[in-house]
Design a protein around this ligand. Structure first.
Ligand code: GLY
Length: 366
C-alpha cells in the first residue's frame, strides 16, 4: 500500500452493536480531540487521568484546548514511575471525583500508557455504575494493544488484573506524533507486540516487519499501528469477552508473563518479555511441525532484529513455577497459543512442561 492510499483508509471500527466505537489513527489527532466528541453529549466535566511527564508534554495543551471551549477539567496526575494500579490509587481518584462534584455526565480521558488506561477504564466502568471514557494512548504498546478492546484492571494482593471489567471506551484516539517523545526501549517494547499481530494473523505483515525493523528510526509507525488496530478490532468484534478467539492475542504471553515475574517488571518491559515468550512459542510450534523452516526462520529473524535486553541466566524451574501459577487461574488447563502456519494462531492445551522447558533453553543464547 503506498503512502497516499494509506490515508484513504476507512475508519477502524470495533463493531459491538450499541457499544461500537472508532479507533482514530491520525497524526495530530490529539490537537483535534474536541472534534471527536459525540456532538449530542452533554458533558459536565472531563476527568483527565495521566502521569506527570505526560501532563507536561501533552496534557496541559489538551486541558487548555478543552477549557477554551468552556469545559471544566478535573486533573488527576500520577507521579512518574508510579505504576501501582491498586485500590489505593482507585480510592484517591474516586475521592477526587466526588470532591469535584463529578456525576453521570462526567467523562474520563485516559492519557497515557497501559497502566493509566487500565486504571482509568476501571474508574469509568465503576463510577456511578459507568460513565463514558476516551482512550488516548501515549505509548506504542498502548496504541496497538491495551487501549483497544475495553480490558480494564487493578492489581490486588500481588495478583495482576484480579479486579477489573471489560468496558468499552467511546473512542480510541491514537496520535502517532506522541511517539516522538517516547523512550527508545518503550518503542522496542511496542514493536514486540506489533510483531505478535503479524505472527498470529498476517504473514504478509511479518514480511514487511522483517524489513522495517532493520531501521527502527525510520519505521513506518502509522502504517504498522493501523494494521495492528485493524487486526485487534476484528478479533475483539468476534470475541469481546475472551471466551475463545481473543485468547490468540496472548501469543508469547504465557512465557512472557513468567519472565516478567522472574526478572521483575522494571528490568523487562512487557513487549520485551513477550518477544522472548514468542521466541519460545515459535520454537514449540516448529518442533510440533506446525511451522516450516522458512516460516520459523523468518519470524525468529524478525524478532532477533529488535535490540532486546540481554537476559541473564534463566532458571527454567522457576519459570515453570510462574507458568503453573497462571495455569491454576485457568482451571488447571494451560491455554497455550501456538502458530499453525505463520499468520495463523491456535489455542492448544497439549503443550507439556518438557516442551516448555526445552524451549526455554533457546533463551540461553540471549
Ligand atoms: N491484550 C490482550 C487483549 O486485549 O485481549
Amino acid at each position: 500500500m503506498c503512502i497516499r492510499d494509506r490515508h484513504k483508509m476507512s475508519d477502524i471500527i470495533v463493531d459491538l452493536d450499541l457499544r461500537s466505537y472508532k479507533i482514530i489513527v491520525k497524526s495530530g489527532a490529539l490537537k483535534s480531540f474536541p472534534s471527536y466528541l459525540k456532538p449530542h453529549d452533554n458533558i459536565k466535566n472531563f476527568v483527565l487521568i495521566t502521569h506527570d511527564s505526560i501532563m507536561k508534554l501533552y496534557g496541559s495543551n489538551l486541558k487548555n484546548n478543552l477549557e477554551s471551549l468552556g469545559y471544566d477539567i478535573v486533573e488527576i496526575v500520577l507521579p512518574d514511575g508510579d505504576d501501582s494500579k491498586d485500590l489505593e490509587i482507585y480510592n484517591k481518584i474516586i475521592t477526587k471525583m466526588i470532591e469535584s462534584n463529578c456525576d453521570k455526565t462526567s467523562v474520563v480521558i485516559a492519557l497515557g500508557g497501559g497502566v493509566v488506561g487500565d486504571i482509568s477504564g476501571f474508574v469509568a466502568s465503576s463510577f456511578m455504575r459507568g460513565i463514558n471514557y476516551y482512550q488516548v494512548p501515549t505509548t506504542l504498546l498502548a496504541m496497538v494493544d491495551s487501549s483497544i478492546g475495553g480490558k480494564t484492571g487493578l492489581n490486588f494482593s500481588r495478583k495482576k488484573n484480579i479486579i477489573g471489567s471489560i468496558y468499552q471506551p467511546v473512542s480510541v484516539i491514537v496520535d502517532p506524533d506522541l511517539l516522538d517523545t517516547l523512550p527508545f526501549n518503550e518503542k522496542v517494547s511496542g514493536l514486540g507486540e506489533i510483531i505478535k499481530y503479524g505472527a498470529i494473523n498476517d504473514r504478509n505483515f511479518v514480511n514487511k516487519l522483517h524489513e522495517w525493523v532493520k531501521d527502527i528510526e525510520s519505521f513506518p509507525y502509522i502504517e504498522a499501528i493501523e494494521r495492528c488496530c485493524q487486526i485487534k478490532a476484528e478479533i475483539v468484534t468476534k470475541d469481546e469477552k475472551e471466551t475463545d478467539l481473543r485468547r490468540v492475542l496472548n501469543f508469547g504471553h504465557t512465557i512472557g508473563h513468567a519472565l516478567e515475574s522472574y526478572f521483575g517488571f522494571k528490568k523487562l518491559r512487557h513487549g520485551e518479555a513477550v518477544s522472548f515468550g514468542m521466541i519460545c512459542s515459535t520454537y514449540i510450534s516448529f518442533k510440533k511441525g506446525f511451522l516450516d523452516t522458512g516460516e520459523y526462520n523468518l519470524l525468529i529473524e524478525t524478532i532477533n532484529q529488535l535490540p532486546l535486553p540481554k537476559l541473564s541466566k534463566v532458571d527454567p524451574d522457576k519459570i515453570m513455577h510462574y507458568i503453573n501459577f497462571d495455569k491454576k487461574n485457568e482451571n488447571g488447563k494451560l491455554n497455550f497459543v501456538l502458530l499453525d502456519g505463520l499468520g495463523k494462531a491456535k489455542i492448544s492445551q497439549e503443550v507439556s512442561s518438557s516442551e516448555i522447558l526445552e524451549s526455554l533453553k533457546v533463551l540461553s543464547e540471549y
